[in-house]
Design a protein around this ligand. Structure first.
Ligand code: C2E
Ligand code: CA
Ligand code: CA
Length: 757
């Protein structure tokens, strides 16, 4: 046998065998005898036939030197492979090995019983597999075996190795006597293998699409996500140009540029529209990078692609939300700010106007009709406004019912005010909301750049102050900012704060303005009017504080207080023996549509033991139109009670007499503005007489308010007007004074209508 030879360390002829360089190398690494063993094993590993042929010569040590030249290169090559070599003498079950480097800490060569080897050094889990593989080979069912298993190293750690073996000698009966083979640690290989496998798995399961193309951008491979995103089958893509996915959303030059950039720089990333197999386009975020071969030459491109269409949409939506009001689709405050800034930056000191528009009593509509209807109303108002202004980008909704308009066309005073007038006109007709017509009027404040402000905040503040002024002027109108208004705006805040305390501080009182019947010449009633003397602000006229009270909701408490106060006064007058006086109480839209108003009225009347006919409720047209359905219902309830209902300020709003016919009202109060025109304006006179005529034809009585002169009175009497109210008769008086006035009043002779009692 030649195995003992190996063990004898026959190193003497090694230099002859492999030449000087190997000795030099060996001196630095390990002993020459080891080398010899390696070389022999290398030879063994070359293959059974060759080995068997050489065995006798090996054993006799005769032939090796002669074979030296021809085998030398081959040996080197084998040695260079880095494998370890082993032989297994089957009969003795003796396993011997040799290795180029001390293998797994075991030294360069050693031998052990094969069974011990398997028991001690092979991982339990791999043992059966190893033995089965060996057995299969020995049985002749496999002409070679190859097993990977874990081998314990000298430190007791497990290492993956791959062993290959084959029978190299048999006895006369054909039984294997010698098996030889190689093995090598494959830890690193396995690691990179598993890395590769993990990488492949990751790519397989990535949500991002991954594709590999050759340098001409023809697909080589793609992961499932890529196929899913593009809708193609792997076979359909294979070999096809990536331009298959080009979308017409980009000009073809775009894709060409990307490809050129890749050629030039090896990488590209960015957003790119891609077309799916279905023809749909999707926006992809793409990262394309070159792949280089081990030699460093560019070989492929790998593209990682994510569908960002939704993200993009979300981004756009966000951007939209950041700049547009989702309810009306109008630009919002942020957008307005931007526009104003660019306007100011690019326009220099070129003049323009900022209009601030607020919908009168919107809060109230919103509260009474519900938010859905409120939203709808805002949408329609926005549409109407944008329609008038034309360029919708100049219109913005900056909150609640507040809109702004940048007037950039004709920015002369006349031009801007004309536009404001057109906006008011546009709102003259009611809006159809949830199946009902709702009249809503805007109040508009105007501030000019640069005269009234040089930035958005200043302009807004001033346009806002002007808007409040417009509201104070009876609404449905516009006002241009003036310095005085800035003070007013501050005053408004103070006013609101003071008003909240007014009731508690007992700062309110009612005064009563009598009404005279032109038929009987008697005082028939009195209108209760609020007066407020504020500790901080002094006397504040109702025209100033009523709108604030309505906007803030304070009118509910104020109104209820006025109702209770007026009726308690009526009780006191009756108790004092005054003839029956009908007390008129002004009621705002907010109270009317709140719900429960008629019940409140009944409660208060009952608590004072007053007949309902002693009370008249004055409602303005706009109060009615704010929510016609609900107002109509409340009016019906009041009439049911026996309370009278008058329409105040008639002629200033939108309602027509035919509309009033549908409402159960009793009286029409002709607005003071028409009465003012009597003796001056034929139009006003015609209107006045028409109102009287038509009201009568509807069975309504007519009161003319604001009658200041005898001339007006004479005209009204001539037109058959029923009652008058105004300074000509009396101002609003304190309760005591009214009592005295009623007691002593005598209609001037000659003014009483013929037939009057
Ligand atoms: P209104 O209901 O139209 O009241 C008539 C207003 O015209 C009163 O002003 C009255 O003093 C004034 N007036 C009467 N006759 C003449 C006249 O011959 N010439 C002139 N120049 N003015 C005359 P006042 O008291 O300042 O009230 C203004 C408005 O405030 C009222 O208009 C009414 O809309 C509101 N208001 C007053 N009190 C109440 C209240 O208790 N509740 C509600 N909701 N509104 C009220
Ligand atoms: Ca009134
Ligand atoms: Ca009035």
């Amino acid at each position: 046998m030649w195995m003992p030879l190996l063990r004898k360390k026959a190193w003497a002829w090694v230099p002859v065998l492999i030449g000087w360089p190997a000795c030099a190398w060996a001196a630095g690494g390990f002993g020459a005898s080891d080398l010899l063993a390696i070389l022999l094993l290398l030879l063994l590993a070359l293959g059974g036939g060759w080995l068997v042929g050489r065995r006798a010569a090996l054993r006799s040590n005769q032939l090796l030197p002669a074979a030296m030249d021809s085998d030398q290169r081959l040996m080197w090559a084998l040695w260079g492979s880095g494998d370890n070599f082993w032989i297994w003498e089957v009969a003795d079950d003796l396993l011997s090995w040799a290795s180029a480097r001390p293998m797994l800490g075991y030294g360069a060569h050693s031998s052990i019983k094969g069974a011990d080897w398997r028991a001690q050094m092979v991982h339990r889990a791999d043992r059966a597999r190893l033995e089965a593989a060996i057995k299969a080979h020995l049985d002749g069912s496999a002409d070679q075996y190859e097993v990977t298993y874990r081998l314990r190293d000298a430190q007791g750690r497990w290492n993956w190795v791959r062993a290959r073996g084959r029978v190299v000698a048999r006895d006369e009966a054909g039984r294997p006597t010698l098996v030889a083979g190689t093995f090598r640690p494959i830890e690193a290989e396995r690691a990179s293998d598993s890395e590769r496998r993990i990488a492949a798995e990751v790519i397989r399961h990535m949500l991002e699409g991954v594709s590999v193309t050759d340098l001409d951008f023809h697909f080589v491979s793609a992961n499932p996500a890529f196929l899913r995103l593009t809708g193609y089958e792997a076979e359909e893509l294979s070999g096809k140009s990536a331009s298959l996915l080009d979308s017409p959303q980009h000009p073809p030059s775009f894709y060409e540029e990307v490809r050129q950039r890749l050629h030039a720089h090896g990488s590209w990333s960015g957003e790119m529209w891609q077309r799916r197999r279905s023809g749909d386009d999707f926006l992809a975020w793409l990262q394309i990078a070159e792949v280089r071969s081990p030699e460093g030459a560019r070989s492929h491109y790998v593209a990682v692609l994510a569908d960002v269409t939704d993200r993009k949409r979300a981004e756009q939506r966000l951007r939209y939300l950041a700049h547009f009001d989702p309810l009306t689709s109008l630009p919002n405050r942020a957008f307005l700010r931007q526009r104003l800034r660019t306007r100011i930056d690019t326009g220099g000191s070129r003049r323009f106007a900022l209009m601030f528009m607020d919908l009168d009593r919107f809060k109230h509509v919103n509260d009474s009709l519900g938010h859905a209807a409120g939203d709808e109303l805002l949408r329609q108002a926005a549409k109407r406004l944008a329609h008038v202004v034309g360029e919708s980008e100049n219109v913005a909704r900056i909150g609640g019912d507040e809109f702004t308009v940048i007037a950039t066309g004709d920015t002369s005073n006349e031009g801007v005010e004309r536009l404001a007038g057109e906006i008011l006109d546009a709102f003259a007709g009611p809006l159809l909301v949830a199946g009902q017509e709702i009249a809503i009027s805007p109040s508009i404040g105007i501030a000019y750049y640069p005269d009234h402000g040089r930035n958005l905040d200043e302009l807004l503040r001033h346009a806002d102050a002007a808007m409040y002024e417009a509201k104070a002027r009876g609404r449905n109108t516009y006002r241009v900012y003036s310095v005085r208004m800035a003070e007013d705006a501050g005053e408004r805040t103070r006013l609101e704060a003071a008003l909240r305390k007014a009731l508690d501080r007992d700062e309110l009182r009612l005064v009563y303005q009598p009404k005279l019947s032109l038929r009987s010449g008697r005082i028939t009633g009195a209108e209760a009017l609020l007066r407020w003397r504020s500790a901080e602000l002094g006397h504040v006229p109702p025209a100033r504080f009523i709108p604030v009270a309505e906007d803030t909701g304070l009118i509910l408490q104020l109104g209820e207080w006025a109702l209770r106060q007026a009726l308690s006064q009526a009780r006191a007058w009756a108790d004092a023996g005054l003839p029956e006086l009908r007390i008129a109480v002004n009621v705002s839209a907010v109270q009317l549509t709140r719900g429960g108003f008629a019940e409140l009225v009944k409660l208060v009347l009952d608590s004072h033991g007053l007949k309902p006919s002693w009370l008249e409720i004055e409602l303005t047209e706009s109060a009615l139109m704010a929510d016609p359905k609900r107002s109509g219902r409340t009016i019906a309830e009041l009439r049911e009670l026996g309370v009278r209902v008058a329409i105040d300020d008639f002629g200033t709003g939108y309602s027509s007499l035919s509309y009033l016919r549908g409402l159960a009202i009793d009286t029409v109060k002709i607005d003071k503005s028409f009465v003012d025109g009597i003796e001056h304006s034929v139009d006003d006179e015609v209107l006045t007489s028409t109102i009287v005529l038509m009201a009568h034809s509807l069975g309504l009585s007519v009161v003319a308010e604001g009658v200041e002169t005898e001339g007006q009175l004479t005209f009204l009497r001539g037109e058959n007007c029923d009652e008058v109210q105004g300074y000509w008769l009396a101002r609003a008086l304190d309760a005591d004074k009214l009592r005295a006035f009623v007691g002593s009043y005598r209609m001037p002779a000659g003014l009483v209508l013929p037939g009057a009692r």
